[in-house]
Design a protein around this ligand. Structure first.
Ligand code: ADP
Length: 201
């Protein structure tokens, strides 16, 4: 069950919404737990500094995670100040982070530092935003990772492999000028292929 990499390294899992990124993160971290590795899992929190939460896949599997407001909150949790980790930070072998696209660029040096210190870092996130444009810090993470897995969903229009996340506002394709993160709107998302991904002018 050893990782193919001798020491620490960075693994990135990307794809559109519903492509199984959370499922794959849960699968990889779950196997590490079976092998008695000490794991710490994080996801972004918009509400509080950090609290115990869970990574949940759309199919319903869950994994205990800490919700972190920003990269500093992850750093703090791992360095022990007010740590909620069950294992002392020095014993953490695997760090998993879901929805990595919502963290700022400061996540990059933290991920690299952890990998340099021997940690297996597994990051999952959207490679593209609703417009089909590279999402925030993800391009640099993809470039710096030892391993990259691009997952696809199923296009809800034609059944082809879906690589894009279609944002719908009140059932209509969102506009290019809409903000990437929209709070409190009547929005929904569907997995779409290149042909059926629509962004209004
Ligand atoms: P992600 O983290 O990439 O958003 P999840 O791991 O949360 O993906 O969810 C993947 C699950 O979503 C699939 O196993 C399937 O049950 C469900 N699902 C819903 N819609 C679709 C779709 N259009 N294509 C593929 N899977 C879908």
């Amino acid at each position: 069950l050893r990782s193919p990499y001798a020491g620490g390294h960075l693994e990135v899992i990307v794809g559109p919404m519903f492509s199984g990124k959370s499922e794959e993160l849960i699968r990889r971290v779950g196997r590490a737990v079976i092998a008695r590795q000490q794991v710490a899992v994080f996801k972004p929190a918009l509400d509080s500094r950090y609290h115990i939460s869970a990574v949940a896949s759309h199919a319903g599997r869950t994994l205990e995670a800490q919700a972190a407001a920003d990269t500093d909150a992850i750093r703090q949790a791992l360095s022990g100040e007010g740590s909620l980790l069950s294992a002392p930070p020095t014993q953490v072998n695997v760090v998993g982070i879901d929805e990595a696209q919502f963290f700022g660029p400061a996540l990059i040096p933290l991920a690299l530092e952890l990998a340099d210190r021997g940690v297996r870092v597994i990051l999952a996130g959207l490679d593209l935003d609703f417009r089909g444009e590279p999402f925030g810090l993800m391009p640099e993470l993809l470039a710096r990772a030892e391993s990259v897995e691009k997952l696809t969903a199923i296009c809800t229009v034609c059944g082809a492999p879906a690589t894009r996340s279609q944002r719908l506002i009140s059932g209509q394709p969102a506009r290019w000028s809409d903000p990437v993160v929209l709070i409190g709107a009547q929005e929904s998302y569907e997995a779409r292929c290149r042909v059926h991904h629509v962004v209004q002018d």
